[in-house]
Design a protein around this ligand. Structure first.
Ligand SMILES: NC(=O)c1ccc[n+]([C@@H]2O[C@H](COP(=O)([O-])OP(=O)(O)OC[C@H]3O[C@@H](n4cnc5c(N)ncnc54)[C@H](O)[C@@H]3O)[C@@H](O)[C@H]2O)c1
Ligand SMILES: [Fe+2]
Length: 407
């Protein structure tokens, strides 16, 4: 039986890689970690990163430690399913003992899915949805070069399937990489748009995991992949919100601000750890149909929507918003602190150049009912907010985001 509780009464859940190495220079840990898992390595590397000295150094260190590598650089944006299948076919010929993902979220998700298909065979569509992966997969070492998706620690990978309108997720604790190596210096060269879209998505991950539904799972063999807000995820989300709010604008506007980029790598890692158990909610549900319609980046959509989602869910999430206000240094008190928090979030989103309205993305007024209906259909996300009757709130949120209403 599920009953309502506040996360202060002791419920917590985290599922994580068995080791997380974070820090400037941490990429040197890849070779020794790989040696623990085997010699034959299949590396999924972003095509841009594959040409960089950092990646060459990593390959050299792997070879020096006795590894034999096959490097796969056909990482296509949005991960079309057939591109994943091709990579998995190549991997099955190679017969790796471990798989390394080196790049942005696309390369990391590819590594996770290649490991899945190598271990369990079949087609990706056999595993769509939650908890459809039958058991452990070939171990993955995830090395992110963007600060945003948190894929290096999360139980999910996202693909596009030409047979479906919306991108589709595969979620299972078995997809969590065995080791995560987060070296912020690898993110330092990312272009401003990638830094902005990936970075704001990490901010959304942190805030949505902190305002996710409050439920008590049954402690059965198979918990849902995303269990809603909880004490352990909340702790990580608070630190992620604080760090990202203080550094996102600097990381985007000053490409030479390495300190801000390092902080963003830290914040997005923590946000991934938080949402990997708590899950995300309405900004993500509404972004899926908008991304499909406008072909705009994921983080652009979730960042644009977040202030409207938070306003649309007040007052149910008022206590969490007040705590966020405190983390963000908002000076107002009482319920005004919650509004101040939303305004501050709205300002950060504007300062990194996210458009102010869905209309600016080319969405038309007549598209709105369909967007709302499709978002409502993604119940895993739409139902995961700590607000009563979330589905009923979606049309109002979508309309406000379309007009670009200010908070
Ligand atoms: N698994 C998860 O938990 C999760 C969460 C959110 C998003 N995602 C998925 O992640 C993908 C998006 O990931 P992303 O935002 O990291 O982008 P990406 O991996 O698609 O990369 C975007 C661009 O940035 C470039 N790039 C990456 N790192 C760079 C660097 N250090 N310097 C210069 N250029 C660099 C790449 O070459 C590419 O052109 C989407 O497919 C999305 O669905 C997954
Ligand atoms: Fe996201």
């Amino acid at each position: 039986m599920t009953h309502t509780r506040s996360h202060s009464d002791g419920f917590g859940l985290l599922r994580l890689p068995t080791r997380i190495h974070f820090g400037n220079g941490a990429a040197s840990a890849i070779a020794p970690l790989a040696r623990e898992l085997g010699r034959r390595v299949f590396v999924c590397c972003d095509p841009f990163l594959a040409e960089t000295p950092q990646f060459e150094r990593t390959c050299e260190e792997l070879r020096d430690s006795g590894a034999v590598l096959q490097v796969w650089t056909e990482v296509e944006p949005e991960l079309p399913v057939d591109s994943v299948q091709r990579a998995a076919d190549a991997a099955s010929v190679w017969g790796p003992e471990l798989i390394i993902g080196f790049g942005g979220g696309s390369a990391l998700d590819l590594a996770k899915l290649v490991a899945l298909l190598r271990s369990h065979g079949g087609r990706l569509s056999d595993y769509y949805g939650e908890n459809a992966v039958p058991g452990p997969i070939t171990p993955v070492i995830a090395v992110p070069t963007t600060a945003g998706t948190g894929s290096e620690v999360t139980p999910v990978a996202v693909v596009s399937d030409p047979g479906r309108d919306l991108k589709v997720g595969i979620s299972s604790p078995h997809l969590i990489p065995r080791f995560a190596v987060v070296d912020p210096t690898l993110t330092h060269g990312a272009p401003a748009a990638v830094t902005a879209h990936a970075g704001v998505d990490a901010f959304v991950h942190a805030i949505e995991s902190y305002t996710a539904a409050v439920r008590a799972p049954e402690w059965t063999d198979q918990l849902p992949v995303f269990v809603g807000q909880n004490r352990l995820a909340g702790l990580l989300a608070e630190e992620a919100i604080t760090v990202i709010a203080a550094n996102l604008v600097r990381a985007v506007t000053d490409p030479d601000d390495d300190a801000a980029r390092t902080e963003m790598a830290y914040g997005s890692l923590l946000a991934g750890m938080a949402f990997g158990s708590a899950g995300t909610h309405l900004s993500h549900a509404i972004q899926y149909p908008i991304g499909a319609l406008t072909k705009t980046p994921h983080g652009l959509g979730t960042g644009l929507l977040l202030p409207h989602v938070l306003r649309g869910c007040r007052p149910d999430i008022d206590p969490a918003l007040r705590r966020i206000g405190t983390l963000l240094g908002v000076s107002e008190t009482g319920s005004d602190r919650a509004l101040g928090a939303i305004r501050r979030i709205e300002q950060i989103v504007a300062d990194i150049g996210i458009p102010a309205s869905l209309a600016e993305l080319g969405v038309r007024a007549e598209d709105l009912p369909d967007i709302s209906a499709r978002a409502a259909g993604i119940s895993r996300l739409a139902g995961n907010v700590a607000a009563a009757r979330p589905i009923e709130r979606i049309p109002g949120i979508v309309t406000a985001a379309w007009r670009g209403d200010h908070i």
